[in-house]
Every structure is written in C-alpha cells, then in structure tokens.
Design a binder for this molecule. Sequence first.
Ligand code: GTP
Length: 346
Amino acid sequence: MGTNETLEVQGAQGQRRALLKALLIITGVSGALFFVINTQRGLHLLATIELVTGAASMMLYVVVSRTRNLRVWTLVYLIPFLTIMMVAMYLPGTSPTVFLWVYIIPVISHLLLGLRLGFAVAVFFMLTAFAIFVIKHPRLLYEFHFASLANILISCAVALAFAYVYERGSEKARAGLMVIASTDPLTRLANLYRFRESFQQERHRAQRYDADLTLLVLDLDYFKKVNDTHGHAVGDQVLIHVANILRRRLRASDLVCRVGGEEFTVLLPDTGLEEAIKVADSLRRLIRDTPYRDQAVTVSLSCSIGVALWGRDGDTLEQLMETGDKRLYQAKQAGRDRVESGPVAG
Ligand SMILES: Nc1nc2c(ncn2[C@@H]2O[C@H](COP(=O)(O)OP(=O)(O)OP(=O)(O)O)[C@@H](O)[C@H]2O)c(=O)[nH]1
C-alpha cells in the first residue's frame, strides 16, 4: 500500500515547504534590493528581471503555502531562479562574484527536490555555470591555467558531494523514523497512526470509485489466561504468531494493525460485507486451527471478530471502530470464537 512511503513523503514535504517559503521570502526581498542596485549601475534589463522575480516570488509564496503539488511548484520556482542566475553570470558587466552563487545550487536543489531530482538539477546548472565561466574567461583555457580550473571544478564537486551525501543520510534517517513511528514494535504490524492514514486514503478511493470498504475488529479470546498460565514472554510470542497468521492470510492490499493489547484491526479495501464475513471467518478458523508451539508449550487459541461496513455502519474510522467493537462484544457475549456482522443492539 506504500503507506510508509506516503508518511515519509509527508515528513519530507513539511520540511521542504518551510525551506521553499523561506527561500521565496529571501528571493522577494533580494529581488527588490538588486533591482535598486542594478538600476543604479545602469543594468536595466537585469534590474527588471530582478524586480519581476521578486514579485513572482511573493505570489508563489501564497501558492506554496497551500499546494499539494509541492514538487511541481518547487520546479516552477527553481528552474527560472537558476536560469536567471545563469543569465546574470553571462551578462556583460556583472560582478565576477556572481559565480559564488554556484556553491548554493547543490544545497538548495537537494534540500528542495530530494536526492535524485536534486542531483540532476544541480549537475545541469553547475555544468552550465562552468561553461559560462569558461566562455567569459577563455584565458583560463588558452593560457593553460589548469590549476585555476581544477580549483573551481574540485570545490564545486565537493559542494555537490556534500549536499548529495547529506540528503541521502537525511532521507534514510527520515525513512527509519517513519517506520518506527508507524509500526507496532512487538509484531511489526502497522500501528493505529499508520492505520488512520491508510483508512483516509482508502476512504477517498472508495468514495471516488464507488467501491466497498470493510473493517474487522479482532480480539483474542481469554488471552489473559495465556499470560497467567505461560507467562508474559510466551504471551508476546503468541501475539507475534497471530500477527504472522494475519499477515500471511491477507492480501498485500489489505492492512492489519495492532490496536493495542490482544486487539487487531484489518482494513479490507474493495471488499463488500459478504466477502468480508468470509475473510473474517477464515481468519477465525485459521487462528483456531494454528496453535502456538515452541519447545516447551502448545497454546490453543481462538478469536472473536466484529465486522463493520463503510457507509452502512459509519463514515469515519472512529464510527466504524465503534460499531466493530460493539459487534466484537456481541461475539464475546455469544460464546466467543465467532464472527458478528449483524445489527447492533442498543
Ligand atoms: N503478553 C502480552 N500481554 C498483553 C499485551 N498487551 C495486553 N496484554 C494482556 O492481554 C490481556 C487481555 O485481557 P482481557 O482484556 O481480560 O481479555 P481476555 O483475557 O482476552 O478476555 P476476552 O477478550 O474477554 O476473551 C491482559 O492480561 C493484558 O495484560 C502484550 O503486549 N503482551
């Protein structure tokens, strides 16, 4: 389902949005500043470009604060921004120090666009800047100033490599944190946080394609007895065993979550009530027919399951969980080891 990926992307997006907004403010202010400076120096074309860039940056700030397509708007900003930088480098009369900006290209492109696209954009514009530099200072080539050329190339390569390695490290760290934040540490199933995210996505999908969506609330029967008889460590192993059964039986598009204790929820996209009852019943039978075994003990298990159908039983996850819980309670009341999907009393 790629939910971890989605969370990771969301985590990165918040950071990138903040960075882009900061950059837009800086571009807006410096656009106004360079407009004044370049007008005084008589560079009217450049001054006009700076002013337009500054004004466009402030408008983009509003769009970027809200957009869901952050990457597209980042490119809308970054490509003209870097192109103007190249034009400024190329125009006669500009200060040679304008080339200092080349060193920030790998930093901003990696931070704003991520590893691959950031690297590609940085390499393209850094090579363009280098070509402009050589065109403007051909003596470096004709007179074999290779040490100067090597200085430029190596210092640029170092800036590029640092930005790349930093971004790769932070992407890995972000991915690791997202796994921790969205996974139950004992069973490695999704936790409620990730389950909520997936539910929102699946609900949107179900709405859009007029599809079914069902929720199972599953609770092991008499689990306290397992802990009391065999100890908490065996209880933990039993929970891992049940998680593995659920994982193996369900489709890759289904999502299993450990809500807490010995309670699990299962989200079944594209699954109507009848089919969901069949799935629930096969899970129930599988758990009953697959006792936990290790060298010392065999623990027989059973579970009760409440089924809730999106639409009929509610719209939000909270409503469906509440209905699923009530049906689970009914299943427990009716003797356990059963699936309940009918009307809820009271
Ligand atoms: N080993 C282990 N036990 C846990 C964990 N989380 C909750 N429990 C135990 O799960 C048991 C749940 O007990 P109850 O809520 O009474 O439920 P039950 O014994 O399964 O009874 P019914 O649900 O009514 O069939 C408690 O003993 C909790 O301590 C865990 O992470 N590991």
